[in-house]
Ligand binder design. Sequence first.
Ligand SMILES: [Zn+2]
Length: 261
Amino acid sequence: MGLTDSGFEAAYDQAQRLLDRFCVSDPKDLLLEGIAFRLDVLVTDGPIRAADAWLLLGERCGLVRVRDSIRWNGQRRFCIAHELGHWTLHRGLQQKWVCTESDMSMNGSAKPLERQANWFAAELLMPDCLFQPEACASPPSIRRIVQLAERFCTSLSSTGLRLLQKTPADAALVSTKNGEVQWDSRPAHATLPRARQGFRVGPEAVVHSVSLEEPLTPDQAVGPVEVPRSAWYPDQEGSLLEESILLIQNPRVALSVLTPI
Ligand SMILES: [Zn+2]
C-alpha cells in the first residue's frame, strides 16, 4: 500500500517549516546537528550492525545514532535528515526506529513511513526552491550530479535521483549493482520506459567497463556513448546515449545517465 499525496505533502510541509524556522536560504546554512539539537535530538556516531542509523524517542528528547562506518558525508547527512523525519512526523508511533539502507532507499521500495521520512530528508537537504532552478539550468549529466552533490552536501545517488525527478530534459538515471538494474529515476515526461529491476544490462553498455580511482571525480565518467537501447531495455530498438560512473568497486555500484536519441 502506498502513501497518499497528503503523506507527501505533510513531509514537504514539515521540511519547509524547519527550513523557514532556521532561515536556510543556502545549502551551506543547513547545519543538521545544530538543527537536531534545537529540536531536542542528539546526533551521535557509533558502531551499528545491520542498519545505517537509528532513532530512540524519549518523552521529550531523541537520540540518533549513525553507523560510523559510513564513508560519505552526503550519505551520513541523509541518515540524520531521515531520522529527523521520523522525529518530526512519526513521534508517538514507535519508541525506536531502526533504519536500514533499504529503508533509506529513494527508489520507492521502502515501506510507506520510511518513504515519508525519505521525502522529508530529500526536501530538507535539497529544498525545491533551491534545487529546481539548478535542475533546469542544464541537462542532466554525471558532472552535473557531482557538482550538485557538492553544492548540497548530499550523496551522488540521492542527488541524481532528485535531479532526474526535477529536470525538464528527457532522460533517465539508472543505478546498477554488479551489472543489474537496482532502481531508476525519470521525470514524469520521460520517453524512456521504466528500467526493469534485476535486469542484467547488456554487454554493449559502457557501465561494465567503467573503473574507480579514489578520490572519485567526474572525469572518471565514461560517455556519453551511443549504445543499443536493448542493452538497457529488453525488446527496445534503436540507440540511446549512455554516460556511466562507478561509485563502489565491490560490489560494483554504478550510476548511468541515459538520454534518448
Ligand atoms: Zn527510517
